[in-house]
Design a protein around this ligand. Structure first.
Ligand code: HEC
Ligand code: HEC
Length: 300
């Protein structure tokens, strides 16, 4: 009887800690940020766009951006772009697929305000909301139906964030080069490092700090944090220089998949083991039960 009372008291205190104190402490340490499910509800609906009209207007974009699906190269390489703007403007092939339509249109009218960043190196690039909607319709019409998670990352995050585990840098993949047999020096690799260093210096000046490498962010931050942060960085870090990038929910899922593949590659394996462990317990329970029955058979 005494033992039961003690057990009861321990159970009650454990439950109070579990449901009361821990969540309370947690909510005090991290404020809870309510997500908006990538709906960008602060922005007004936009009119329907005309892709043909948008194509003519998009000619201005290639003054700074490449559009590889249309074989249009960027006017400058990544480093020169960073020396000019502070960062390399992304290739626009995937813009119509990855960005929220409403976000994209308002973004073209007023990049700094819509990304919620104090400064955004791109000037307003549409004359009216109708022009903006036409440009968006054009980019939707040229975007490929499918894109790999890595390509989505490259478009939405890769100009600012390296991913060491995947050999991704802000100026592209680390090239596979060989060192010179006679001298042991790899001039191409040195050249790449120098360019990367210069790019990162410009980027750090532009952003106020170098954006962190995202190799292991998937393990360092909770899913909820990542999702609400990418949707609106200001909600979690008021005053941060990271822009709201305006990706759709699907776009975010692709980015998350890439970060999982690079930062936590054993996750699918771990998850695959789960059902087998459960099956083991079920079989073990049945065997234990049968064994008990056979032992006790003679004693009744
Ligand atoms: C004067 C150069 C310039 C022109 C012209 C220009 N852009 Fe940009 N754009 C940039 C720069 C620089 C960035 C990156 C800024 C940053 O990340 O802070 C950018 C970023 C973007 C982004 C990424 C937005 C995000 O999600 O964060 C999109 C999409 C984009 N531009 C579309 C366009 C389109 C469409 C046009 C033409 C209608 C255009 N740009 C014209 C310089 C330019
Ligand atoms: C124009 C540059 C830029 C782009 C594009 C960008 N970021 Fe960032 N990001 C930053 C900067 C700068 C910081 C550092 C923020 C700070 O400390 O104030 C940052 C910080 C982060 C952090 C760390 C937050 C923390 O405190 O742990 C995560 C996670 C992140 N970014 C994810 C992303 C993802 C995912 C994308 C693409 C969907 C992306 N970022 C696109 C500039 C960028």
């Amino acid at each position: 009887m005494k033992e039961l009372k003690i057990l009861g008291i321990v159970a009650v205190f454990t439950l109070i800690l579990y449901w009361g104190v821990e969540p309370f402490a947690h909510s005090q340490m991290h404020k809870h940020v309510e997500g908006d499910d990538f709906k960008y509800s602060d922005l007004k609906e936009v009119p329907k766009g005309d892709a043909a009209k948008g194509e003519a207007l998009a000619a201005a974009c290639v003054g700074c951006h490449s559009i590889k699906v249309k074989n249009m190269p960027a006017p400058m390489d990544a480093l020169m772009s960073a020396q000019t703007y502070g960062v390399n403007p992304p290739d626009l092939s995937l813009a119509g697929k990855v960005l929220d339509e409403k976000f994209f249109a308002h973004f073209l009218l007023n990049p700094a305000e819509v990304t919620k960043s104090k400064h955004f190196a791109m000037p307003p690039s549409a004359g009216s909301i109708q022009d903006a909607a036409d440009i968006v319709a054009y980019f939707k019409s040229i975007a490929p139906k499918e894109a790999k998670p890595k390509e989505v990352y490259e478009f939405a995050c890769g100009r600012c964030h390296a991913n060491r585990y995947d050999k991704w840098t802000q100026i592209g993949e680390v090239p596979k080069t060989k060192s010179n047999i006679k001298t042991g020096v790899d001039l191409d690799a040195l050249e790449f490092k120098k360019n990367l260093g210069q790019y990162q210096n410009k980027l750090a000046d532009y952003m106020g700090k170098l954006p962190p490498d995202l190799s292991i962010i998937i393990r360092a931050r909770s899913e909820h944090f990542l999702e609400t942060f990418v949707e609106d960085p200001q909600s979690q870090l008021p005053g941060t220089a990271m822009p709201r990038v305006g990706i759709t929910k699907e776009g975010y899922e692709e980015v998350k998949q890439y970060l999982e593949e690079t930062g936590d590659p054993s996750k699918p394996k771990r998850e695959a083991v789960g059902p087998w462990v459960l099956l083991f317990f079920v079989i073990f329970t049945i065997l234990a039960y049968l064994w008990k029955k056979s032992i006790w058979k003679g004693h009744h």
